[in-house]
Structures are given as structure tokens and as C-alpha cells.
Design a protein around this ligand. Structure first.
Ligand SMILES: [Zn+2]
Length: 298
């Protein structure tokens, strides 16, 4: 009996030991390359300022749910993105992440994303693609019913983060304040980012700041905002990259009504049984449903 048990357990132990060894090697390799890296920690803020509008005019213009999105950096270092391309004939820039290290030159993590020059009514500059993602999925389902159509992000220090403890001292003043090459499609390189203690936010119904409601059945949905969804940006913690709301969608006279049932910071699972502290009764955004208006958004 004893030996059977031993044989069942041993291979597992061996695998564990091997992976621990591999991890130790990786750790040593990175520290041998220089001092500890000062990585950012991106934290997805709660979707806010929900607002129902119609995208366009006319009786067939779809209803959309607009929202503010925001991502703060509470980490050990700034998020710094350096874009570059070989020449004007190359349509997109490759984005590298530049990481500060104590007592050592900066480290460059190549190819963490792409930048594209975007021309739209309220945007004419270089966007980092896919930095933040939005989706609506039915409660209890895994696959999204609606995904964002946003063309990207011009990262910057747009507000001072105040709701989270910082891992390091905040930058004394905003550093990333550029408009991401506004009106300069010919640029071959660009720098954008988010400093420690700052965040980057986008108001409801700006380009891509909404999801389509028309076509959705009445019922419960989870609105998920997720930064760094592909985890290509290096961070100290990926556990706070999503935030979600549990919503109830109803239709009255063919107009949508949305009510916030629950707020879930730090998770995409607002339809799962909430931990006691996550349940929110009332709260500022619980009254965020508004009567639909006929404002054009795009
Ligand atoms: Zn933009």
C-alpha cells in the first residue's frame, strides 16, 4: 500500500521539483541581466457613467450602452510604450515596453503590441491597439454577445489615481501628456505611457466607448472591462486587470432600460456568487440607468 502511494505521488513531486528548478533558473537569468525591473501594475477601474444613446439618427439607428473606462498604474514603475517603424511605407509601428531598473540601464521588452495612426472625427493620432477591451456577455455564459469596436488608445497621465495603494511613490507631476502624434501621420517613432499614480480614462460615447444593445434579448448581462487582455504588457500583477458590472436589460416600447445590479471590482465574474465584500447595495453607479436619449454618438 505504501509503495503504491509513493509511486503515484512521486512523479507529481518530480514534476513540481522540475518546474520549481526552471522557475529558479528564469529568476536567476533575469537578475543576472541586471537589477530588479520596475514593472507597472495596471488596474482596471469600474465601468462608470453608463448612458444609453442611439448610434446615429433615424428609426433604425441602434441603441448603444456608453460607459467611461479607466486604467490606473499602481505598480513599481511607469508603463512606457515606445513605438517605431522602419519607414512611412510601413503602416503600423511595433510597440516595445521600456522598463526602468534600479542601478541598471532600462530593459526593452520587444513587440508588446502595435500602434496605428487613426483618423476619425474625434481622433487623429497614434493609437495603441487593444489596450483595453469591453464586452457584454449573458450572465452564466462564457462567450461575449457583443465586443467593442474601438480602434485603440492614446495612453497618458490623464488623472491622479486615488482609490488604490501604490507600490511605489507616484510621479510628482504628469509625465505622459502628449496627444500621441496628433496630426503627425508621418512619425517614425512615438512614446506614450502611464506613470505610477496616474491613470488613463475615456469618457462614455467617445469613439468606441460603447457596446451595442439593439439585438440583445432582455435579461441579465455582465459588462466586462479588461486591460491587457492578451497579457503582452509586463506587469507585477495580472489579477486586477478586469472589472465588471452585473446588469439587467429590459425593453419597454422598444427602448432599452439598463439597471446595475452589482459592481465587481477586480473580476470579470460579476454573475458568479459574490464575496460578501463585493456585493454592493446602492452606490453611486447603481442609479446609472437613464432614459434613452436621441443623441448621435458617431
Ligand atoms: Zn485617440
Amino acid at each position: 500500500m505504501k509503495s503504491v502511494l509513493a509511486w503515484r505521488v512521486l512523479p507529481v513531486l518530480a514534476v513540481l521539483a522540475l518546474s520549481a528548478f526552471a522557475l529558479a533558473l528564469i529568476g536567476r537569468a533575469s537578475s543576472a541581466a541586471g537589477a530588479p525591473a520596475r514593472l507597472p501594475d495596471l488596474v482596471q477601474q469600474m465601468p462608470r457613467d453608463l448612458e444609453i444613446t442611439r448610434a446615429g439618427t433615424g428609426p433604425k439607428a441602434p441603441y448603444v450602452l456608453g460607459f467611461r473606462s479607466a486604467v490606473s498604474n499602481i505598480g513599481d514603475g511607469a508603463l512606457v510604450i515606445e513605438g517605431h517603424r522602419g519607414g512611412p511605407e510601413v503602416g503600423t509601428m511595433i510597440a516595445d515596453q521600456v522598463v526602468d531598473r534600479d542601478g541598471a540601464p532600462k530593459a526593452v521588452i520587444p513587440d508588446v503590441g502595435r500602434l496605428r495612426y487613426v483618423v476619425s472625427p474625434d481622433h487623429r493620432h497614434w493609437h495603441l491597439l487593444g489596450f483595453d477591451r469591453y464586452e457584454l456577455r449573458r450572465a452564466g455564459q462564457r462567450v461575449a454577445e457583443v465586443r467593442d469596436q474601438k480602434t485603440g488608445f492614446c495612453l497618458g497621465d490623464r488623472y491622479v489615481e486615488s482609490g488604490h495603494a501604490l507600490q511605489s511613490a507616484a510621479a510628482p507631476a504628469p509625465v505622459f501628456t502628449s496627444r500621441c502624434g496628433l496630426g503627425e501621420p508621418q512619425l517614425l517613432g512615438i512614446s506614450e505611457g502611464i506613470s505610477i499614480g496616474y491613470g488613463d480614462d475615456y469618457a462614455a460615447n467617445l469613439e468606441g466607448q460603447y457596446l451595442r444593445l439593439t439585438g440583445l434579448a432582455a435579461g441579465r448581462y455582465v459588462l466586462v472591462h479588461r486591460v491587457n487582455a492578451e497579457r503582452r504588457l509586463h506587469e507585477t500583477d495580472y489579477g486586477n486587470d478586469a472589472a465588471s458590472l452585473l446588469l439587467e436589460l429590459r425593453w419597454r416600447d422598444r427602448e432599452p432600460l439598463v439597471r446595475v445590479l452589482r459592481q465587481c471590482p477586480g473580476t470579470d465574474g460579476c454573475d458568479r456568487a459574490p464575496a460578501a465584500k463585493r456585493a454592493s447595495r446602492g452606490g453611486p453607479s447603481a442609479r446609472s440607468s437613464r432614459a434613452p436619449t436621441a443623441t448621435s454618438t458617431s
